[in-house]
Design a protein around this ligand. Sequence first.
Ligand SMILES: [Zn+2]
Length: 271
Amino acid sequence: MERLLFGISGLPLGNGRKFNYASAISYLKEFELDAMELLFVRSINVSDKNKDAILRNKLAHDFYLSAHGSYFINLNAETKEMQQASLERILNGGEALSKVQGRSLIFHPGYYLNSSKEEAFSSIRNNLSRLKHQGIDYRLETTGKGTQFGTIEELVSLCKEVRSCKLCIDFAHIHARNNGSLKGYDDFAGILQYVSGELGRAALDDLHIHMGGVAYGVKGERNHLPLQESDFKYLDCLKALRDFDVKGCVICEGPRVENDALLLKRTYERL
Ligand SMILES: [Zn+2]
């Protein structure tokens, strides 16, 4: 990627205007944002009916599209059938995303359930290695709860072993999972240093990032918050992204949607 793009998760607020994905792209472009993450979390909502309009606006506005895959993915599920169903959910999401020339399919790989961390890792790795190439990147997202597989170390190890997988660093999740661990610049810089040390400079040249305010407790994330009403140190985070010359896409999550995404973009530009 040539630079760092900024965008939102799902549809914009737009002062109560009604949007579909295609009209949202035009609106967000005018709002001076660069990207949108389609939400396939409950169902895949790109179909043969709406794909042409989405693709037309994406190309006309040189807009970046990613998608968040199903919430019902567990590559460490109890039975092989359930694991296979999860793989199919990932593949179906990838297929829909590729119809609109999206780049990255983001998902949470699974849960530990009763497995040890090592058992969960190997079952998830074996399933990920069965994903066929679809012309998109599979992005493993750092997760916000201790019961979910997906520390940064686990995902970096998977990316080393399964070539079709890349990282999605959700800084809010890392912060919440560890009960507020990202306290300042050095914490963000440490993560970026670790990622580039393990996966090479290429990982920072094309990184997918989730960011936002988050409420959390000892068990991890609770809900998203507006950036400025949270303890998330977005200024330090953006400074670290700039100092490491990170390129790729930042998706802002939270109730202020495009307003917080633009706050991140403008703050970053002024650094
Ligand atoms: Zn997610």
